[in-house]
Design a protein. Structure first.
Length: 325
């Protein structure tokens, strides 16, 4: 702060402190550092609930009301927090809250003279060079370990065969929805990651439509690495901002696309063809044309082609139920 003011900070005004915080934000100082600086300066903590939590924890440690705690009590409390492996950010938040509680609320700032902020160690990430990564992968003893270190096909034959079946059926039926119908009618299960913390791993179940669609539209199965495939779309409706997340971007607008990075289940040309077919088959609400609807079979053949004689709206098809019909 003294460097920012160009003079001793003991005579700093409230406006000086405000400008100093704005300067810290403008120069991209990390939020934890700004919060610690603001708290050390005696400004109201950014999380007032932390004061209540800190006072409650101190009372539990002392076994009595904390308002009469001495400087030695607070020193022992911080030593206890460190000895019980409380994380540095939590300790620093507690110190900030207690300084405010004793210094402002109780007007006993001298009681906190032994409370100090602790340093939070930061470990630099270990970054390997491309040659080091290649040597590491070559030294891996098997497919299982290569998959853990990089991107490889699943070592489980059943998983690989299930994914190949999805792509081969799409090549035959040319519709993600039809592949979904066929898998459920035949009772064929697909692998999925278990969401149960107590039983992590792969589970096998009848697929939902989204599971089939995600397999067909994920470039990782075509041997490519991609980043930025989805984003957010902001709109204003009746004067209020609405944010729609997970909006898919066209391939040309992806932030990163690296082809032929690992062995895939299909080629990149096949992947691009599949995306065109899926886009052509889309007949969502509000579309002005029925792209690909003529390829559909069965009772929904005329979806998107017939229009109401009164309002002119297109015939739409909706699926429901466990079988997605």
């Amino acid at each position: 702060m003294a460097g920012f003011l160009g003079r001793s900070p003991d005579a700093a005004t409230a406006e000086d402190l405000r400008l100093f915080q704005l300067h810290s934000t403008a120069t991209h100082v990390r939020p934890p550092t700004i919060n610690m600086t603001v708290s050390a300066a005696g400004i109201w903590p950014r999380r007032p609930s932390a004061i209540t939590s800190a006072v409650k924890t101190l009372a539990g440690f002392l076994g009595r009301s904390p308002d009469a705690a001495t400087a030695e009590d607070l020193r022992l409390f911080q030593l206890h927090s460190t000895a019980t492996h409380v994380r540095p950010p939590t300790i620093n938040m507690t110190v900030s809250a207690l300084r405010f509680f004793f210094g402002v609320t109780l007007d006993r700032a001298d009681a906190t003279r032994h409370l100090t902020f602790v340093h939070e160690p930061h470990k630099l990430p270990v970054v390997l060079s491309p040659d080091e990564v290649a040597r590491l992968l070559e030294a891996a003893p098997g497919v299982k370990y290569k998959a853990a270190l990089g991107v490889e096909k699943d070592p489980d034959d059943r998983v690989r065969e299930a994914l190949l079946l999805v792509f081969s059926k799409f090549d035959e039926l040319r519709s993600a929805r039809q592949v979904h119908f066929w898998l459920r009618e035949e009772g064929i299960v697909l692998p999925a990651n278990s969401r149960r913390a107590e039983a992590p791993g792969v589970v096998w179940k009848l697929p939902a439509y989204n599971a089939v669609h995600n397999i067909l539209t994920n470039p990782i199965y075509a041997g490519a690495y991609a980043f930025g495939r989805t984003g957010s779309q902001v709109s204003v409706v009746e004067g209020r901002k609405h944010i729609r997340r997970g909006v898919r971007h066209p391939i040309a607008e992806w932030d990163v696309l690296l082809k032929e990075q690992h062995e895939g289940y299909i080629t990149w040309d096949e992947f691009e063809r599949n995306q065109r077919l899926i886009a052509d088959n889309a007949t969502g609400m509000g579309r002005t044309i029925a792209r690909g609807a003529v390829r559909r079979q069965g009772e929904v053949l005329l979806a998107g082609l017939l229009r109401c004689g009164h309002c002119g709206r297109k015939l739409q098809v909706h699926y429901s139920g466990k079988l997605g019909r």
